[in-house]
Design a protein around this ligand. Structure first.
Ligand SMILES: *Cc1c(COP(=O)(O)O)cnc(C)c1O
Length: 350
């Protein structure tokens, strides 16, 4: 028995271990559900027949999701997190050695699954400032005979966004699949969800893990026209989302006012975090760049990434580091305040 080359050096995904007082590392919402809503959820979970398999299509959840985003639910497929949908798309929609294009920095699961399923993952380089040259990208996809382009907009981790005119141009100019991950689009106003009808080649991904505040259950969605949706529903595992998650997501997605309110606070908290970091920058000039954010996090270029990361961790504040960059998601007002105080103490000593 031998493990193949793909598995032999693979290690499990490891989020930060241990207990930290302030968690700003995973882009989660800082708001847990209110007690009243939790109570309602518990009552509804009590109604589930646990001996029965869940609904294959997660119909109640699709209905609530489609209603929230004003979509046709026939265009939606539910997944065990959007992560599972990325896995299904990359494993089932292409053949070995097909070219898919990614644009790092971007969500790492695109190239992870792409490689795992033996696709030819080609990298399109962003500009020095991490913006995207759309015309060059279109040429790149065509020259490489790409079968798919996959990217997040706004982008995790760069926090930057492409205007919908630009994204529309990409989708319309390419004949291949465009997998557009709008995981963070609740924090910005450039969604193309309402135009899905116009795109034969586009799959838009959404998740309950960020603005909706449900990272603890696993629920994501793929939105696409009938032909793609039919294929996706056929390719997925039949019972990919469980009864409990279906009930929870359906109840929370119906709380439109609650979602809107929390989303607005998260946008505001992100702006305050951004401004706070900018103030520190104005005093100490330690960062190379702080990127404009269209998300619920701030992305910073700095060669002091390791030092700052370790310092914060010692003070029980978890953030995310990349080589030469830091990513900090917005927390509550108090958490942001604490982060900014400790960050200032840290950079004073650099
Ligand atoms: C967090 C995130 C997701 C969400 O994945 P889930 O599996 O739904 O939790 C998807 N795409 C991007 C770009 C993300 O940052």
């Amino acid at each position: 028995m031998e493990l193949n080359q793909k598995l032999i050096n693979l290690v499990p995904y490891e989020p930060i271990k241990g207990e930290y007082k302030v968690r700003l590392d995973a882009n989660e919402s800082c708001f847990d559900l209110p007690d009243q809503l939790k109570k309602k959820i518990l009552e509804n979970i009590g109604e589930i027949s646990f001996n029965r398999y869940p609904d294959c299509m997660a119909d109640i959840t699709l209905e609530a999701f489609a209603d929230l985003y004003d979509l046709n639910k026939d265009y939606v497929t539910a997944g065990n997190g959007s992560d599972e949908l990325i896995s299904i798309i990359t494993s089932c929609f292409f053949e070995k050695d097909d070219v898919i294009v990614t644009m790092p920095f971007d969500f790492s699961m695109y190239s992870f699954y792409g490689s795992m399923y033996e696709l030819n993952v080609k990298v399109f380089d962003k500009n020095e400032d991490l913006s995207i040259d759309v015309d060059k990208l279109i040429d790149f996809c065509n020259e490489n005979k790409a079968k798919a382009l996959i990217f997040s907009n706004p982008c995790n981790p760069t926090s930057l966004g492409l205007d919908k005119n630009e994204v529309r141009k990409i989708i319309k100019s390419l004949n291949c699949f465009v997998i557009l991950d709008e995981a963070y689009m609740d924090f910005w106003d450039q969604s193309l969800l309402s135009e899905i009808e116009d795109f034969e080649n586009c799959i838009i991904l959404k998740t309950c893990s960020k603005a909706i505040g449900l990272a603890g259950i696993r629920m994501g969605f793929a939105v696409a026209k009938e032909k793609i949706t039919t294929a996706l529903r056929a390719a997925k595992s039949p019972y990919n989302t469980d009864s409990i998650s279906q009930v929870i997501a359906a109840l929370v997605l119906k709380e439109k006012e609650y979602i809107k309110e929390k989303c607005n606070i998260l946008i505001q908290n992100t702006q305050e975090l951004y401004n706070g970091i900018l103030e520190i920058q104005n005093k100490y000039s330690v960062f190379e760049k702080i990127y404009l954010t269209r998300t619920n996090f701030v992305f910073i270029k700095t060669d002091k990434d390791e030092l700052i990361y370790d310092y914060l961790l010692k003070k029980s504040i978890a953030i995310r580091k990349f080589k030469g960059f830091l990513r900090i998601n917005a927390g509550t007002e108090e958490e942001n305040k604490e982060l900014l105080e400790v960050l200032e103490l840290c950079v004073q000593q650099l």
